[in-house]
Design a protein around this ligand. Structure first.
Ligand SMILES: Cc1cc2nc3c(=O)[nH]c(=O)nc-3n(C[C@H](O)[C@H](O)[C@H](O)COP(=O)(O)O)c2cc1C
Ligand code: SF4
Ligand code: SF4
Length: 436
């Protein structure tokens, strides 16, 4: 069985699954529950001066029957005193010495950063995470994303922390920035041991059209919140990969954003994360999701012949390149498995109105009928010579595995746009004609 343990910048964890800083990591009671369920680490709800929160605080984007496809909050950092938080970290660490506790911190001056790092160490924390990402409330006070959005300030504060830190320092980055690698490079220059990403994304999820106030509403007003949950996973994956691929970042990454199952976790790890953190999925389904995550990741690693989760870290990073490196002569076409087709014709209308008019509706002529098909109703048929392989029909098709995309060997040599420009300049190829 594959070894699930990880070592993130010197922090050893029995598995890569950590609870992210947020409501599920607010108290010792919850940390005990998390560890009982099997989580390898808990990043404590951010500790600083105790804040005063508003009511209400959360809002969600529901898509069809999927609840909380995206999730939004206007909650601040811990509303409990630093004394309570540090005392509870001592308690939890004493009971769970083999698990990881990371103290997430947010303060302002150099002296206070020094004080809070020392207090975290004294409490037995395995590391600290600097919250440079909170995108509401705290940034108005010059903390959170106000720091993470300015690389020079990030570098400065990290360097203050490194003056005293004896345990690993993770810098949690904000996605509310044009190029996250600039923030990650600044963390590296300041001396950080690792980065974590992403914190939440500025967002308004919905407006109550009777009252004309967005949710979450606080006495007739609202404010932009931080977006997270499944909807942010693609954004987080891109940011993790871009930092993992950047030699000037060169730091281990703790991946966060929309992770809910073992596949999500494996994707983050393959794109360069050494471990992952979860918040929204725990708020939705509870701590026990970690059981399936651990089983699923372990089975996947065994099936693929990886001896340890660390062997998977970053394996997909080199496969993400600039657009100019992609092969212009590679060709895919859509193929339909008529035994699975339910005859909804969503693929036909998508290709006709939204893509490249490469699907005909034709008589079935005895071709297999999938569940729910109306006998005699025309069926979609792909004209492979016109199909550009855009994947749209496969994405809209509601019948799992019904439309697959097949690679076609056209006997052409690989040629990227970069090669093409060079060959054109040398007169070795003719210009590729524009699509009719
Ligand atoms: C209600 C709520 C409160 C949060 N509070 C904090 C916090 O105090 N400190 C912090 O660093 N991140 C905080 N986060 C952000 C999460 O740690 C995480 O970065 C983000 O939610 C993305 O992960 P997810 O999609 O798994 O939720 C909070 C998130 C939510 C939903
Ligand atoms: S979308 Fe899928 S199920 Fe619907 S007609 Fe097209 S191939 Fe068949
Ligand atoms: S892959 Fe694109 S172009 Fe080809 S049939 Fe599907 S929607 Fe049409």
């Amino acid at each position: 069985m594959a070894d699930l343990s990880i070592n993130l910048a010197g922090i050893k964890s029995p598995n890569p699954f950590w609870v992210a800083s947020g409501p599920p990591s607010n108290t010792a009671y919850q940390a005990h529950r998390a560890f009982e369920a099997g989580w390898g680490g808990v990043v404590w709800k951010t500790i600083g001066d105790a804040v005063v929160n508003v009511s209400s605080r959360y809002s969600a984007l529901n898509v069809g029957t999927v609840r909380m496809a995206g999730f939004n909050n206007i909650e601040l950092t811990s509303d409990r005193s630093p004394e309570t938080n540090f005392r509870e970290i001592v308690e939890v660490k004493r009971r769970w010495p083999d698990r990881v506790i990371v103290a997430s911190l947010i303060v302002d001056t150099r002296e206070r950063w020094h004080e809070f790092v020392r207090r975290s160490e004294d409490a037995g924390a395995d590391g600290v995470e600097l919250n440079f990402g909170c995108p509401h409330g705290m940034c108005e006070r010059g903390m959170g994303s106000a720091v993470g959005q300015q690389p020079a300030v990030t570098e400065k504060i990290v360097s203050w922390v490194m003056e005293v830190a004896r345990i690993p320092v993770i810098v949690k980055l904000t996605p509310n920035i044009t190029d996250i690698t600039q923030a990650a490079r600044a963390a590296r220059r300041g001396g950080a041991n690792a980065v974590s990403m992403i914190n939440t994304i500025n967002s308004i999820t919905q407006v109550n059209l009777d009252r004309l106030v967005p949710e979450p509403e606080v006495g007739g007003l609202s404010t932009h919140g931080g977006y997270c949950g499944p909807a942010v996973k693609p954004i987080a994956l891109n940011m993790v990969q871009s930092c993992a691929a950047d030699p000037e970042v060169g730091l281990p990454i703790s991946g966060i954003g929309g992770i809910a199952n073992w596949r999500d976790a494996a994707e983050f790890i393959a794109l360069g994360a050494t471990g992952i953190q979860v918040c929204t999925a725990i708020m939705h389904h509870g701590f026990r999701i970690v059981e399936d995550m651990a089983d699923g990741l372990s089975d996947y690693l065994d099936a693929k012949g990886f001896k340890s989760v660390m062997d998977l870290v970053g394996k997909a990073v080199p496969n993400v390149r600039k657009w100019e490196a992609l092969d212009l002569n590679y060709k895919r076409v859509a193929r339909i498995d008529y035994d699975k087709c339910i005859g909804c014709n969503l693929c036909y209308i998508a290709c006709e109105d939204g893509a490249h008019q490469s699907i005909d509706l034709v008589p079935p002529n005895g071709r297999g009928l999938g569940p729910g098909r109306v006998p005699g109703k025309p069926i979609p048929q792909i004209r492979e010579e016109d199909c550009v392989g855009c994947n749209l029909c496969a994405n809209v098709c509601p019948a799992e595995g019904c439309i697959t995309m097949a690679s076609i060997d056209r006997g052409l040599q690989k040629m990227s746009w970069k090669d093409y420009q060079e060959k054109l300049a040398r007169g070795e190829v003719k210009p590729i004609p524009a699509h009719p």
